[in-house]
Design a protein around this ligand. Structure first.
Ligand code: GRF
Length: 210
């Protein structure tokens, strides 16, 4: 990855604002990597449109076209390989990832989650933290495994919950943090500075995760 630009495959299911942040960082020279392909499990995910607007190949892979979870994940893997992807970034991909993909990309699949894991995993991390009444929540980027929102944590950014926050105002600040942190972490990966040591992710030259 030293001489050639890293190629990122982004997996999405929805609006793709994190995808957009990655595309923008790449275009603006803040990320020495290119989005090689965007894959969605949903045909109407707006992120596919964002990809097309940025001239990035946009691929819809319909789970119902495949008889098994395994065959579906093999299809995802094959598209990633076809586009010569180096690193897989899950950005609002709302399905589990199969070992077919994970084994093809050992320690090279990352995910973003809108809470400070291991607190509040699952599809409604922002709302769950807000309703619990935490005073600090945030964003986590971690290596992915075959479980939801699990795997070695690469970086986290804290977001304070203010007394007058609504779920909406908190969401805005969480997403702002996401859009800062994801391109920054991908840049560290592009620089070859992120590795897994034992059960933990380590960033070379950084004592904390940010
Ligand atoms: C983000 O909050 C991400 O952390 C979570 O799903 C959301 C996706 O948003 N996994 P977007 O599609 O990137 O706008």
């Amino acid at each position: 990855m030293a001489s050639e630009r890293m190629r990122i495959g982004v997996l999405i299911s929805g609006s793709g604002t994190n995808l957009q942040a990655i595309i923008d960082a790449s275009a603006e020279g803040r990320l020495d990597a290119d989005v090689a392909v965007v894959i969605s499990n949903l045909e109407d995910a707006y992120g596919l449109e964002r990809a097309r607007k940025a001239n990035v190949p946009a691929v819809w892979i319909d789970r119902t076209d495949y008889r098994t979870f395994r065959a579906y994940n093999e299809a995802i893997r094959d598209v990633l390989l076809e586009y010569e992807v180096d690193v897989v970034a899950m950005a609002g991909y709302m399905r589990l990832l199969g070992t077919e993909v994970l084994d093809a990309y050992p320690d090279r699949v990352v995910n973003i989650h809108p809470s400070l894991l291991p607190a509040f995993p699952g599809p409604s991390g922002i709302r769950d933290a807000f309703e619990f009444g935490v005073k600090i929540t945030g964003v986590t980027i971690h290596f992915a495994n075959e479980n939801f929102d699990d795997g070695p944590i690469i970086a986290q950014e804290a977001v304070e919950v203010a007394g007058d926050d609504t779920i909406r105002s908190l969401e805005v600040r969480i997403h702002e943090a996401e859009h800062r942190l994801y391109p920054a972490v991908l840049q560290l990966i592009a620089e070859g500075r992120v590795s897994i040591v034992g059960r933990k992710a380590r960033i070379e030259g950084v004592s904390q995760g940010r």
